[in-house]
Design a protein around this ligand. Sequence first.
Ligand code: ATP
Length: 267
Amino acid sequence: MTALIETSGLTIRYGGATILDRVDLGIGRGEIVTIVGPNGSGKSTLLRSLLGGVSPSRGTIRRAPGLRIGYVPQRLVLDPTLPITVMRFLGLPTKVPSEARVAALEAAGVPGIGERQMAALSGGQFQRVMLARAILEKPDLLILDEATAGLDQIGAAAFYQRIEALRTETGCAILMVSHDLHVVMSASDRVICLNGHVCCEGTPEVVAEAPVYRALFGEGTKGTFALYRHKHDHEHDHVGGDACSHGPAEALPAADAHAGRQSEAAE
Ligand SMILES: Nc1ncnc2c1ncn2[C@@H]1O[C@H](COP(=O)(O)OP(=O)(O)OP(=O)(O)O)[C@@H](O)[C@H]1O
């Protein structure tokens, strides 16, 4: 299986500053990948470059032909005085049949709020509407930039649960930036720790134990993730599961983990 999107030696410079340095990354079909990293480590820049908004200074980004990407931004500020219903919002900027908009709201876990005013939504409902908007793209890859920022723990857990269900229902891959180093969705097949370059990657458990992750985030996180979990009544195809075979001290070589995943995922 080839990756949906793949970067090779991706380097982004703004002026004289190197923001991303030779990042190699690949997202396979149906994978859930979470990016963590300190403020200013280049997470949003990486997403922007994958979305095509920033051109590489060096290196390449390869997208599978016809790749459809849905994007849930970090925040979208709407004029609170603007009277616009959820249904109308979902019809902008391109006209979408109302049945599709209703179905997207259902898939996002907020059926029946179509006639509500956007300005009257709670933070969690607003993010679900943004998710519905991304779902309308029928994405192969859903990219979320700190989509649970501002949600409380229960709201974030419910949001993650919906994301995981979406992957199961549609088979789309998920790439998300987590705003909270303590809380990473446990369904992540892979966590990538970014600090201008890929520091380490692997399953959430492996990254949480990686010395480089602990060195980067220190005692502030007690060196661990508080993983969001919920009961599973089904099995996941953990394409990144090869990283489990590495002991904690072996979680450093990001490129190796990626290569292992690629070969395991090969059909
Ligand atoms: N358009 C730009 N021009 C110049 N510098 C930029 C630009 N966009 C981002 N940067 C710089 O690139 C670095 C990485 O920013 P980025 O927003 O990608 O980090 P981040 O990891 O998403 O941060 P945060 O966790 O705070 O959201 C920062 O130092 C930022 O100031």
